[in-house]
Design a protein around this ligand. Structure first.
Ligand code: KMT
Ligand code: NI
Length: 171
């Protein structure tokens, strides 16, 4: 796990795009993002229990697994969106980037690799991409039914209750 300000330079989204300006855990906590380096499976089970997450699955994002739709999928994960639920990802193998919006609406990039865990709060604008390795395997935790429909960024979402609650808590 490594976090920094995104450089906003044109080019492949899978490149690091590291501006060289690092971000601290506290700066991520200020926008409601929590992460944990190398939690054991027992710790993840405990976290799931505490938050009422009864279900989980694992997803592999790679050309081997997805074939022709891989490039399309990678592009769609990278369109800016929010969810009405938390997004919890426990990386089991490979690596990828989550970009989240700062209070000043800049991109903060978080590099996640095997054994990192991240929790994004409901209502935060974010996007995901694989890295140059083009391979990530992640555990996705959810409560009953997976509710991670991406809602793409739009002014209309300013009125969404989950977005409003997020803005109220973190700005
Ligand atoms: C997401 O929410 O963008 C994903 O689930 C991508 C694969 S998991 C790192
Ligand atoms: Ni998402």
């Amino acid at each position: 796990m490594k976090a920094y300000w995104y450089d906003n330079v044109e080019g492949d989204q899978r490149l690091p795009h590291d501006s060289g300006r690092a971000l601290s855990e506290a700066e991520l906590a200020a926008v409601g993002v929590a992460y944990s380096r190398h939690p054991t499976l027992a710790t993840v089970d405990q976290l799931a229990e505490q938050r009422g997450y009864r279900n989980r699955d694992e997803v592999i994002v790679s050309p081997e697994k997805m074939g022709d739709v891989y490039e399309e999928k990678v592009k769609s994960f990278f369109s800016e969106h929010l969810h009405e639920d938390e997004e919890i990802r426990y990386i089991r193998d490979g690596a990828g980037y989550f970009d989240v919006r700062s209070r000043g609406d800049e991109w903060m990039r978080i590099y996640l690799e095997k054994d990192d865990l991240i929790i994004l709060p409901p209502g935060i604008y974010h996007r995901f991409t694989t890295s140059e390795s083009n391979y990530i395997q992640a555990m996705r935790l959810f409560k009953d039914e997976p509710k991670w429909t991406p809602l793409n960024r739009s002014n209309e979402l300013d009125e969404n209750q989950h977005r409003k609650a997020y803005v109220q808590q973190y700005s």
